[in-house]
Structures are given as C-alpha cells and as structure tokens.
Write a protein that binds this ligand. Structure first.
Ligand code: FES
Ligand SMILES: [Fe+2]
Length: 464
C-alpha cells in the first residue's frame, strides 16, 4: 500500500500516518483554493489592472497544469477497505449492538447464512503483493491462504518466499528480519536462511555443534514467480509442485505501453463467487445496466439523476478453454453505452482469460486501441478476498484507460455489495440460459483436492 509522504509516494506504511490519499488531495485542494483567493485579493490591492490579469492567468495556468498532472497523468489509485462497500445502510440501523464498523461487519459475517460452501483455499498461483511493493533488500509480511509468508527481494532482484516463522525459536522473520544477499536473517538470534532452498546457511558464534544443527535446520520455502506486475505464490493442499505457471504478458512491458493505475478491494465472500460472476451472464443487465455515474448500489443508480443519460448494454458468453490448458477459461464480453436511447459510445469487446483460480487477464479491444486489465484474487481469510486490478495501455490511451479503470471499479463494487451479503446456493435454480453458471462450477472444481481446507464455523464462534 502506498501513502503520500512529503509529496512523494512512499512504500513504507510504518513511516507514514495512515491517511487516505483522497483526504490528502482534498486538503491540498482547499489550501490551493485559499492561496489563489489570497493572491487575487493581494493583487487587487497592490497591482495595476494588466499586471493583475497576467499574474492571475499565470497562477491559474500553473494550478491547472498541476491538477492536470495529478488527475490525468499520474496513475489512478483506488483503495477500498472491508467497510467501504456495501454496508452504508447498516451503520445507521439500531439493530446492531455496536456502531464500530469492523465489529459490525464481523457480526454480520458471523450471522450470515453461508450455505454449503466449497473448500476455502483452492490450489493454484495467488498474488501476494504487487511487484513494486517489495523493493530490493526488503522483506514484507503477508498473511493469506491460512499461511504466514515472509516475502523478500534478494540483492540480485529475485523474489523469494519463506515461511515467516523461524524454526529456531519462532520469531517472525518478516518483522525486523534483514535481507543479506540471497538470504533472510532472523532478527531474534541472527540465523540466516537461503531464499532459494530454505536451508539455514549461518548460525552466529559458529562452533562444531552449531554446524551440525545448521545442517539440519531449514524453513519451508514457497514456490514463487513474478508476472504481470505481481508476486505469486504456489499453494497446493497436497503439496504438489506447479503444473502450470502464470505466463507473463509481454505487451505489458513492451515499448509504448504504460501502467495507468490500480484498484484494491477487500470483499467478504468465498473466492469462487468472484470468478463465477463472469459465467453468470444473466446478472449483467440487472446489476451493471445503469450508468456508472449512479454509484455502487444498483437500486440507487436506478433513481440517479444521471439515469436519463443512458444505459450500459452487455452480451456475454463463457467457455472452458481447453486449447490453453485445463486451468484456463474464457469470457467474451461486448459492451456499449447507449446514450439518449440512440448513440452507442464506449464500444468495447473484452476477452477475459481466467487462468487458474485467482488470476484473470482482460484484453479490451476499444475503438481507439487495446487496453489490458489484470485482476488477481487472493483469500486473506477463508471468507475475505483481496482483489487487485492493474491497468495497462499504449501511452496515447492513458486518459481513456483511467476512465475504464474508474468505471470498472464502480461496476465491480456493485458486485461487491451482493457478494458481501450473499449465501452460497449449492444447487441454484438456474434457467436453461444459465447453463454456463453450472458449467463454471464444474470447471472450477478442478482446483480443489482431497485435503483442501473446508470452512469451519466452529473456529469463528470460539474467536468471538
Ligand atoms: S528465533 Fe530466529 S534465530 Fe532465534
Ligand atoms: Fe458483475
């Protein structure tokens, strides 16, 4: 996560106060407006007519350029926490014992009828961090998939992932650990572990008995890779080695392509609900038909003052894509925004490749050129998913891609409102037209195996 720190983006959460970017931008906007008002007032007092005009134009032009840069050129950064989407009306209801947002959400999660859920952690590659969130010689602590990871970038630039807990006395090596060359050194007694094998390579105060101990000591090393701007870990309930890899898309790093921003959402849902949305073509007009300007609630969008402007129209088809391996499926989506019932704009053809349980590459073909959106879904808890989208495009499409990312975030939040509260219906009352929904469930089953972890209500009850 990035915070603004003395005007620069900063990757160190610890060194910065936890303030939202939007708060800081708002603050700066107010200060700028006050500064302009004061300057104009002073100019009126002390300058002649022409001099005053030129100065006013100069100040306005500089501010225009600065805001132009901030909003149009700098990549967009949308961040939504658990309480930010889909709980608005609950915060004002008296039914809930506490007005504390997190407490309320946890109660709602506990009380929700969950249904006969599939296992909570499928087998496959999952993104733990964006690549630019872990710098050379830096270690990050990540909890996901019921595991505790120390993700670090070695001096040679490679990312390694080890179990966070040191086998010596259990210190968390991701908190205060030091990256040295290819190794992670534990902060407690200084044992060092090789990132590529997990073996202990050094115990301080070496002597012959320590050498014996060192040879037997090791920490679990997780299979990892980097692709499309993310660091992935391989998770498999049966400890099987990877049968496929998330191939890097060369276009993203190719000449003339640029990164235009990201969105990050935390969702209260089972992981399967999110990819299933692609095969659920029947929900598109009901949930995503109203203008994005209408906001995250479809019901509100239906009463929005922007409603008269137009409607989003979608057609879609889903299929398991055997040609690219059993772990790939494809969604073909056509979109247009029909304005005033006559003019079709924002024509998009999208091919979305679902690659394994937690990665989707969306290829947009727009009237102006291609855009690529990468979506990753990672279970940080059995029923809490972290979903990140990163968008890329040719440089000349920068502004258009920013708008697409913004609209996609609004549409995604309409799904989040549903996911946050839904129950899992094992045998849905699907119509004939909804056959793809059932086909998707069958396809997704390949990512579960005999030892995949099941959701347990019991643990949640004890926690409370
Ligand atoms: S706990 Fe890590 S070196 Fe002792
Ligand atoms: Fe949707």
């Amino acid at each position: 996560m990035y915070y603004l720190h003395r005007g620069k983006r900063c990757a160190e959460e610890e060194c910065c106060p936890k303030r939202k970017n939007s708060d800081i931008i708002m603050e700066k906007s107010i200060i700028s407006i006050l500064a302009v008002s004061l300057s104009v007032q002073l100019m009126r007092e002390y300058c002649s007519g022409d001099c005053c005009k030129y100065l006013a134009v100069g100040v306005c032009a500089s501010l225009g350029l600065w805001y132009g840069y901030r909003f149009l050129i700098r990549p967009l950064d949308i961040q939504r926490k658990l309480a930010d989407v889909g709980y608005k009306q609950h915060f004002t209801q008296n039914q809930w014992a506490s007005k504390d947002k997190l407490h309320l959400i946890r109660s709602m999660m506990r009380l929700r009828k969950k249904g006969a859920l599939p296992p909570v952690y499928p087998n496959g590659w999952f993104a733990l961090l964006d690549s630019d969130q872990v710098n050379v010689n830096q270690v990050k602590y990540v909890t996901a998939l019921g595991e505790n990871f120390a993700v670090f970038r070695a001096s040679n630039g490679d990312v390694n992932i080890l179990n966070a807990y040191c086998p010596h006395l259990g210190a968390n090596m991701a908190i205060g650990g030091i990256v040295k060359g290819n190794c992670l050194q534990c902060p407690f007694h200084g044992w060092a572990f090789d990132g590529t094998s997990g073996k202990c390579v050094r115990i301080p105060n070496d002597c012959s008995s320590n050498e014996l101990l060192r040879k037997t000591a090791s920490v679990k090393r997780w299979e990892s890779c980097e692709a499309n701007g993310f660091v992935f870990v391989w998770y498999h309930a049966e400890n099987e080695t990877p049968s496929w890899r998330p191939a890097a898309d060369v276009q993203l790093t190719g000449r003339g392509w640029t990164y235009r921003g990201r969105s990050e959402h935390y969702v209260n849902a089972h992981i399967q609900d999110i990819p299933e949305n692609g095969a659920d073509v029947a929900h598109l007009p009901a949930l995503h038909g109203h203008m994005a300007l209408g906001g995250q609630y479809a019901a509100q969008a239906d009463r929005s003052p922007w409603k008269w402007l137009g409607v989003h129209e979608w057609t879609a088809s889903w299929r398991a894509d055997g040609t690219r391996g059993g772990h790939v499926s494809a969604l073909d989506l056509q979109h247009r925004l029909l304005m005033f019932g006559k003019f079709a704009v924002f024509n998009l053809n999208v091919e979305a490749q679902q690659i394994g349980p937690g990665l989707v590459i969306l290829n947009f073909k727009t009237s102006f050129g291609p855009i690529k959106l990468i979506q990753v879904v990672t279970p940080v808890e059995p029923l809490i998913q972290k979903v990140v989208h990163r968008i890329y495009c040719p440089t000349y499409l920068s502004l258009y891609a920013t708008i697409v990312l913004f609209m996609e975030a609004v549409m995604f939040e309409r799904d989040v409102v549903i996911w946050n509260h839904k129950s899992y219906v094992e045998k849905p009352l699907a119509s004939k037209q909804e056959a793809t929904l059932l086909a998707h469930r069958k396809w997704y089953k390949q990512f579960y195996s005999a030892n995949s972890k099941q959701f347990s209500n019991r643990k949640e009850t004890i926690d409370w």
